[in-house]
Write a protein of this length. Structure first.
Length: 299
């Protein structure tokens, strides 16, 4: 039976985000504890957008699976997440989506990869995203999902990640010791704390309230927010080939942070794509063509 997943109305999800921004602005002069509770929602709530018809058709052609990730921080439970497999080739490709996204958003890339023989392509919806369980999400849930897939289906020959998914892949590789021949990262998040600051600044959150949120974050996760820095997380001893695609004018993942990362690790190959932005880059035909060539070369 075809896999069918529903997400609800995207207008409702966007309405919730707008309401959270409005509530935070209204409470900016109130008690910091009240703002902190809302900030957790603002920063860790990932809107779930519905599937387009073509995306649903793509999932209908997949072999679906369900795995679990422990969520000790938000739901204090085990969350189920949905995954999808195309093909049964010997070479494995795992694709990790970014924040407020889902596996089917890679429809153009997955469709292109399916033209290459001997591939098994795996995509998934991270907990708190897409069709998977979870009201709130975070980087560690993304990492847990990648690790669960590796444990269930084996180490990938090609690992692809977009945005937060790029950082999640890096952490998963570091924690598992897996060393794929090819790592592809598209507009990666480099410094997560600065992204949080940008979100709170956009909501006009006072500095005192921002500081309170970071204290709460570090208390909950038992680590400094600055730990989530790609420069520190990346293991320079990785023997794989690493290729990074980016847009210098990316408004979500600032180029200044990425260039600092690339400078620190000069063995990484990178290519700039003008005018694609942060979200549309995964649909850009130039990017897809380059990824296909890289995958073929590793075959």
């Amino acid at each position: 039976m075809p896999a069918v997943f529903t997400f609800g109305n995207n207008r409702l999800f966007m309405k919730k985000i707008k309401e959270l921004f409005a509530q935070v602005k209204e409470l900016q002069h109130a008690d910091n504890e009240d703002i902190t509770k809302l900030l957790w929602q603002l920063i860790c709530y990932s809107p779930k957008f519905p599937l387009r018809l073509q995306q649903q058709e793509l999932l209908n052609e997949s072999t679906p699976f369900v795995l679990e990730v422990d969520d000790p921080h938000f739901s204090h439970s085990t969350l189920k997440f949905n995954g999808f497999i195309w093909g049964n080739g010997k070479r494995k490709v795992i694709i990790t989506h970014g924040w407020s996204s889902k596996g089917a958003d890679f429809i153009d890339l997955i469709t292109a990869l399916r033209t290459i023989e001997d591939l098994q392509i795996i995509a998934f919806d991270a907990p708190g995203n897409g069709s998977s369980e979870g009201e709130l999400s975070n980087l560690l849930l993304f990492v847990g999902a990648v690790k669960a897939i590796i444990n269930a289906y084996g180490a990938p020959d090609v690992l692809i990640g977009h945005s937060l998914g790029g950082m999640a892949n890096t952490v998963a590789l570091k924690e598992t010791g897996v060393k794929p021949p090819l790592l592809i990262t598209i507009t990666p998040m480099v410094r997560l704390k600065e992204n949080f600051i940008s979100t709170m600044t956009a909501a006009e959150v006072p500095q005192a309230a921002q500081d309170k949120f970071f204290e709460s974050f570090e208390s909950l996760f038992g680590m400094q927010t600055s730990t989530f820095n790609l420069n520190d997380l990346y293991a320079s001893t990785f023997p794989h080939k690493h290729w990074v695609a980016f847009d210098r004018d990316d408004k979500i993942a600032p180029n200044i942070y990425l260039q600092g990362f690339l400078k620190a690790y000069p063995n990484i190959l990178s290519k700039e794509f003008d005018g694609v932005g942060h979200e549309r880059i995964i649909k850009d035909q130039r990017v897809i063509a380059d990824i296909l060539e890289l995958v073929r070369q590793e075959g």
